[in-house]
Design a protein around this ligand. Structure first.
Ligand code: G5P
Ligand code: MG
Length: 226
């Protein structure tokens, strides 16, 4: 039986976590869990928890740790026996510790993308609210301008992708991510990738995962980052 593989991808808003996660899930057959997707799903359901979540996401603030762990950990518990990839969780040290209590990650990918690149990308980003499908008017535009490729419903721009919210998100991200990155560095599972284009970073991540997923931990090789 293939070895189980558990990974997480970290990076500031707009760094390409979602784009890269989808490529990883497709190429390596991992289950893909996105914290942003589950949050938007709970907002759309308009439950009591969803109303609370909305109040944070709309202000570009991190959702409290206990809400996040309650949203994510049960989903992971259901995936015992599967390989998976987490996008956007854990984001704080407290979330990372809660995850650690449930299982040990094999690998963490951290994306370092310059601020100017993030700003350009996010101001060009549109989503289909029903499904969470994301488009970029330059990088992956919809087939019909302003319309979702599958449903043809209108695309919208999230309030938290607008410039005033963005600057605050990026600053906050760095402060909160630092201890999480240090934790995974100390565990020897952190791999950082820097660059301005997803298509140039992707081959390095692809080759890292090919190596890691087909190698036992005892004979794992050290991977170069670009
Ligand atoms: P999310 O949904 O996790 P963010 O803010 O972390 O949101 P986001 O915006 O989803 O991150 P991403 O996934 O890192 O960005 O990037 P992406 O969507 O793949 O790419 C961004 C855009 O750039 C897309 O349009 C894409 O097509 C384009 N793109 C990608 N690569 C390239 C390229 O090479 N070139 C070009 N030109 N374009 C490219 O979280 C949302 C909110 O939920 C809460 C927070 O409030 C957060 O703000 N939240 C949490 N709160 C607490 N704890 C947690 N764990 C939380 N998780 C989420
Ligand atoms: Mg995302």
């Amino acid at each position: 039986m293939a070895k189980l593989f558990r990974a997480a991808i970290m990076g500031p808003p707009g760094s390409g976590k979602g784009t890269i996660s989808k490529r990883i899930a497709q190429s390596f057959g991992l289950q893909y869990l996105s914290s942003g997707h589950y949050l938007r799903e709970s907002i759309a359901a308009n439950t009591e928890a969803g109303v609370l979540v909305r109040s944070y996401v709309e202000r570009s603030m991190l959702v409290p740790d206990h809400v996040m762990t309650r949203l994510m950990l049960p989903r992971l518990e259901q995936l015992i026996g599967h390989s998976w990839l987490l996008d956007g969780f854990p984001r704080t040290l407290s979330q990372a510790r809660a995850l650690d209590n449930l299982c040990q990650l094999d690998l963490v990918i951290s994306l370092n993308i310059p601020y100017e690149t993030l700003r350009e990308r996010l101001s060009d980003r549109w989503v289909h609210p029903g499904s969470g499908r994301v488009y970029n008017m330059g990088f992956n535009p919809p087939r019909v301008q302003g319309k979702d490729d599958i449903t043809r419903e209108p695309l919208i721009q999230h309030d938290d992708d607008k410039p005033e919210a963005l600057m605050a998100r990026l600053r906050h991200y760095k402060d909160v991510a630092k201890p999480v990155i240090n934790l995974y560095k100390s565990q020897g599972i952190l791999h950082s990738f820097s660059g301005t284009e997803t298509d140039r970073i992707w081959p390095y991540i692809n080759s890292l995962l090919s190596t890691k997923m087909h190698t036992q931990p005892s004979d794992a090789v050290q991977t170069q980052t670009p």
